[in-house]
Design a protein around this ligand. Structure first.
Ligand SMILES: [Zn+2]
Ligand SMILES: [Zn+2]
Length: 274
């Protein structure tokens, strides 16, 4: 497996320049992971699959189409230029695409630290975006979808896309990682944010197994409440909201739901065995 990966890598670095791989290559990786992971949720909503759907409401095909068209425009006009102009910064910090590939230990350590850094920057930036002026002029675009579906994760005002981009590339920009690490980081970060916006909570959802992981139910709550009352500002984890008390409404609602379910189970008529 490692040998196959090294051979593919050798082909890439001999046929493309490092700048091409870091800009256009990262763009292709981002687009592929984003649309391939987001489309199944869009189709599930389109086909009206309600099992495991968090909200009863569904988006219309016109609303879905509007989201996709705007995303393609923003990705080409904002994301791609951002990837191009950040290359010199990455390079200055020691970024490389050369062989040998980094060890899995290094890759895992860097990606975990990027998640922690991104979550911290995102939390504070997101809280700021929920102040009156910034919400009205910038963040309300992302909240146009009160019933999110995977692809709405990156549906935002260009200024917010720049902010999100900054939070995502801050970790790699200060550590100058290997290109492989950057591609893996972009991929897992996209998968995480698409899942947080997917609108479905499955029995196999990560949030059911990882105690500090937010997931779809956590972020869906943020979208369906008024901007002044929403809370749940973190992108990936739940501890920042817990520390700063911005998840109180959500936790109260969860406790009520659990109590209601327990009550329903207790008062359900017991089946007679003939
Ligand atoms: Zn928000
Ligand atoms: Zn969101």
């Amino acid at each position: 497996m490692a040998q196959i990966l090294e051979n593919v890598w050798e082909y890439l670095i001999t046929n493309f320049s490092e700048f091409q791989l870091a800009s256009a290559g990262t763009f292709v990786i981002h687009e592929s992971v984003f649309f391939l992971s987001g489309l199944p949720y869009l189709l599930m909503e389109h086909w009206g699959l309600r099992k495991y759907k968090i909200q009863d409401r569904m988006n219309t095909p016109a609303a879905q189409e509007k989201c996709i068209i705007k995303l393609i425009i923003y990705h080409l006009c904002v994301n791609l230029p951002l990837m191009i102009i950040s290359y010199p910064v990455f390079k200055y910090m020691g970024f490389t695409s050369a062989l040998p590939l980094p060890s899995w230990k290094t890759v895992a350590l860097q990606i975990i630290s990027y998640f922690i850094l991104e979550d911290f920057i995102f939390y504070w930036g997101h809280r700021l975006l929920h102040t009156k002026w910034l919400y009205k002029h910038i963040h309300s675009v992302h909240h146009e979808y009160a019933t999110p579906f995977g692809l709405t994760s990156e549906y935002a005002h260009p200024a917010e896309i720049l902010f999100l981009g900054f939070a995502t590339i801050f970790g790699p920009a200060i550590t100058g990682p290997h290109l492989l690490t950057l591609w893996l980081w972009v991929s897992v970060r996209v998968l995480e944010t698409v899942e947080a916006h997917c609108g479905y909570e499955f029995p196999w959802s990560l949030s059911r197994f990882l105690p500090v992981y937010g997931g779809a139910d956590f972020h869906d709550y943020h979208h369906r409440l008024l901007y002044t009352k929403s809370g749940n500002y973190s992108s990936t984890f739940t501890y920042m909201d817990w520390i700063f008390g911005t998840d109180k409404g959500y936790r109260k609602l969860k406790a009520l739901k659990t109590a209601q379910e327990a009550h329903d189970r207790m008062s359900a008529p017991t089946e007679k065995v003939e």
